[in-house]
Design a protein around this ligand. Sequence first.
Ligand code: NAP
Length: 336
Amino acid sequence: MSETIIHAWGLAARPQGLPRPEDFTLVRLAAPPLAKGEVRVRNTCLTVSPAMRVRMSAETRGYLPPYGLGEPIAAAAVGEVIESRAPDLPEGAAVLHQLGCRDIAQGPATAFERLPDAGPPPELFLSELGSTGFTAYSGLVGIADCEAGETLFVSGAAGSVGSAAVQIGKALGLRVIGSAGGPAKCQLVRSLGADAALDYKSPGGLLEKLAAAAPEGLDIYLDNVGGEHLDAALGVANPHARFAISGMISSYNMEQVTETFHNLNRIVTRRIRIEGYLPGTDLASLRPAFQDQMWSWIVSGAVKPLNTVRRGLGTIPQAISDLFAGAAVGKLLIRL
Ligand SMILES: NC(=O)c1ccc[n+]([C@@H]2O[C@H](COP(=O)([O-])OP(=O)(O)OC[C@H]3O[C@@H](n4cnc5c(N)ncnc54)[C@H](OP(=O)(O)O)[C@@H]3O)[C@@H](O)[C@H]2O)c1
């Protein structure tokens, strides 16, 4: 039998600021024969996400260790089992795993989650039915305890978590305001159902734009961006507002965080509750209810999956760079 060669993207150099395609290198690995209990998977689709940038730095800045130089980088992917020595994952099974940025993945069956044979297509488990949708849902339901009629502000609203949060917020009966970079993205955010969208890149202060979009103030903030967005949200928050902090992408490319806050005193005077969360570990008990609810929203059309699709393993370095340059909307998927 001919040897299986795995093609995987590795880190050639640690990015300084925005990741560039030259920071990545294609690694060729000979796949060892499967041991008992292992499977080999051909990836069909994978995704890149902002959290990967945090792992490209030398020091541990996030909750996962840095990528090693020259070693394959990990990301979420779905694929099909093509060889199996594990009875629970037969050939042909669709699986989800975190070993992405490669064409072939293999390892113990426990590293792979079996996906349903019928119903939602596997790719949806990389976006709305996966950690993207779950981050939006669990932030609104599990962290912010949102109630119909309240006002929600979502930053990064044309992105993957953000676009899901806008649509979930509307499905839950909230008034929704989203921020995004540029008029086309703001138009997209409105087309997802947002009551108002603000362009954080247009001239003028973010606090003033947000105050104009939310004259009644904010009850809930789903923060994907941090920095000036978080400061503006503090500035217009109502008493007892709840802030669910999923991430802070505005600082991910900074070697040293130099952001300035002017409205921190509002945390006290408005009794604001601010909570960061890692949905996969902190809110895992909500996942079954989330997947049922999200799938029914997708089937009914209340939530429309939003993706930017690239094709081929070779597009990955540019896709990682594009994520931070705002060149995509919704979830950035790479189909192989
Ligand atoms: N806690 C968790 O488990 C978890 C899970 C998933 C994601 N997250 C977090 O959620 C956030 C969004 O992630 P995502 O996967 O949904 O990414 P994404 O929104 O699909 O992609 C990133 C988007 O962020 C915006 N952006 C980039 N730099 C920015 C800046 N300096 N200021 C404002 N906006 C900026 C860009 O949109 P514009 O063109 O509009 O600027 C870009 O399209 C990240 O902070 C991520 O770490 C957390």
